[in-house]
Write a protein that binds this ligand. Sequence first.
Ligand SMILES: *Cc1c(COP(=O)(O)O)cnc(C)c1O
Length: 427
Amino acid sequence: MPPPLPSELLTLDREHLWHPYASMTHPTPVRLVSGAAGVRITLHDDTELIDAMSSWWSAIHGYRHPVLDEAMRHQIATMSHVMFGGLTHQPAVTLARLLVELSPDPLRHVFLADSGSVAVEVALKMAAQYQRGQGRPGRTRTLALRGGYHGDTLGAMSVCDPIGGMHAMFADSLPLQVFAPQPPAGYEADTADWEAETRALASARADELAAIICEPVLQGAGGMHIYNPHCLRVLREVADEHGLVLIFDEIATGFGRTGTFFAAEQADVDPDIICVGKALTGGYLTLAAALCTSEVARGIGRSEIGVLVHGPTFMANPLACAAAVASIQMLLRQRWQHEVRRLEAGLRAGLEPARALPGVADVRVLGAVGVIQLDRRVDVVRASDIAADNGVWIRPFRDLVYTMPAYVMDDIDLAQVCAAMVAAADA
Ligand SMILES: *Cc1c(COP(=O)(O)O)cnc(C)c1O
């Protein structure tokens, strides 16, 4: 049978496939990809687009990287998967050791999850079971920040921004959490009012609270919101004062994206649990992890059943672990700090012209993250069409046109990305 024609594939896609945050009854157009290499995506008609999204912030080394391809081939030749109950393997152990070495000292125990949302679920369970082990079973809620995003499963959704996360629609199925205000915008913003409100809220609700969760320094999918790292020190103090487990969700910010390996290093604060994902495998396969301290692990051991109640079918998938090990080792061999600083400078220069455009509310850059915020919702289809006409792939959301380029993107491609973003914002 001959392979289906592109037009047939697109028709079948429209008929049968859900896309992220999409409608089956009123689908928006999708582009058919035939390949990807380096920072370029090739469409079925041989159009090449520079990828400004790194496939949702994950493909930090670019596509079809020879080192990652070879690691995958090697692992396939060994085994693609075995169950993790009662068995273990070298890729999982090597990855765990790397993650423990790279994360703050007190974090020593690694749960390998199959996606970022699941890692967040596991972190929330760890915190609840830890509190039970401390003899505080009534402490089940999580203090989260407004404007945050932690994933799409129900537990993770419950700690997302209540309005952006559309809690009202799921009011009966979402656990009720406690929301602190969003930290004020700006890396150097005055945080005194935020701090007072957050401390008061935590004091008032301490008896119900098991944990605090936040995305350090940059709230990503909730609005690309950059805030003062000092807020993390405040949350650490609040957690210590009330016996709460502090969870840093570094799924978007980990692996150098904001200029430090983990964003929380900018505040010099250690969490009790850290979640990583997205760039963990260099964008090759889905994998995430929740790391916790020995104190948390001991508390879970003291809870009534003594074990952590989670164990996905594809836990610690060897192929995904092998990709992660290869990706992290390659990152450590490179001067990624230098590359991220180079991208930061390029983004600052390239996005600056957007500031003068009518309809642009803000332009901000942190590490290899560049954002143009408009004063209204972006017409996603129109904006991505205009960027594509300029040779660039972007996927705006809400009022944001943004990029998170691969660290290997050169200055010429980056300038084209910036120009295409400015053109999309202008329209
Ligand atoms: C993307 C993201 C998640 C969810 O990860 P998935 O792999 O999409 O489930 C959670 N937290 C943050 C901060 C994220 O950016």
